[in-house]
Design a protein around this ligand. Sequence first.
Ligand code: UDX
Ligand code: ADP
Length: 458
Amino acid sequence: MAFEKNILCIGAGYVGGPTMAVIANKCPQYKVTVADINPRRIAAWNSDNLPIYEPGLDEIVKAVRGRNLFFSTEIEGGIREADIIFVSVNTPTKTFGAGAGMAADLQYWEKTARQIREASQSHKIIVEKSTLPVKTALAMERILTSTANGIHFDILSNPEFLAEGTGIKDLEAPDRVLIGSRETPDGLKARNELIEIYANWVPRERIITSNIWSSELSKLVSNAFLAQRISSINSISSLCEKTEANITEVARAVGMDSRVGSKFLNASIGFGGSCFKKDILNLVYMCRHYALDEVADYWEGVVKVNDYQKERFILNMLGAMFNTLAGKKICLFGFAFKANTGDTRESPAIYVSRRLVEEKAELVITDPRALINAETDLADIKEKIDFIKDPYEAAAGCDAIAVMTEWEVYAALDFEKIYGNMQKPAFIFDGRNILDHSNLFKIGFNVFPVGKPPLTHF
Ligand code: UDX
Ligand code: ADP
């Protein structure tokens, strides 16, 4: 069968893989190829053991792989063949030179742009999918148009708003699809081509358009606003712990104001994930660049509160466990940065693990999906940690449990049994407020939620 369009995605990660799987599933008339420089990643995408865990992803990939979805390391051939190229390579925070620790590292992006320029023999639409600093499209345009071979490229910004763990649902029924373009005749034509792809399954009124810079900025600002809600509620959780207030009750009362809304008000150990911190720091860096220091300080505060929340958790543990953790055995329930993913990028559990080892505690880590990543993240202190999949086995002989990830399975465990096998006094620090605290207290645990009075037997 001849396909109507050839779509290529460069970068087979958490964004590229699921997004292309959903496009291929919804649009059998297009050929969708996902290419990556990492051959192990591509081999995994072509196997029964996909490189990322995302509910619903396995089923879709099984249904469309080999039909109109292909995973390949052949990037140049893919570029030549493609009408539309999505770019979703990684854009981590820079670790060196100017802007280290703040700005985005665009080296992978720039390499990709040059590769597209070298391999192209015909006009192409290039779609920015990775989150990027505002005006990256301009740099991309300059690189792509810097030879005199007469090939025309249109650059679009189409930020991905999917959240991990709910990625497939978010892709299949997005709140909105945003497409930014140049407002020239060519730019508008390219924009319409991309609208046409999404219109195969997304209602037209949910596909919104803007100029390219607004689109790039909207992605950073969306993540900054979401993260800001979490830091706002987490900052108040510390005040609740000092008073008789209960953060769940406060969040409910505040969230019922329809102007505020009830989502993203769960107090926690702190936010993690590959986006929030990186995108806010990107925003902060940009504001400083334009000498908007007050604005930069405001947003940087969101990251500072998040760091404070993680350290506060450790200090609470220390305070509760008689000011020493040395030699005590502590079990972390969960290591992923959120439930329903194996991703551990920027997971608060990384910080907590390192601090606990620094306090000379012994550590046991359990997680249904993230143990392999946990071992990689903590490779340098691995010998001080046990990684055990079964939570009952993991908690046996421990002095304390600290909940890091809101996996549903944890709320359904038999805590009588767990308590029976732990050291006494036994402690639970619920960094996600997912457990039944009064029941745990009745069983005998000393319970320390986030933003609520502790329940202790002494
Ligand atoms: C986020 C954005 O939601 C998504 O739109 C964007 O495309 C990428 O970044 P993601 O990082 O995958 O998605 O997950 P998200 O659900 O936003 O959670 C981020 C972190 O915040 C997690 O660590 C989560 O546990 C934490 N969180 C979330 C809270 O601590 N409290 C909440 O109320 C909500
Ligand atoms: P995200 O969460 O944004 O999807 P990931 O790190 O999961 O980020 O995925 C980015 C992918 O991009 C990685 O698999 C990486 O190997 C790939 N990549 C980086 N640079 C290039 C490049 N020049 N060509 C092809 N793939 C690349």
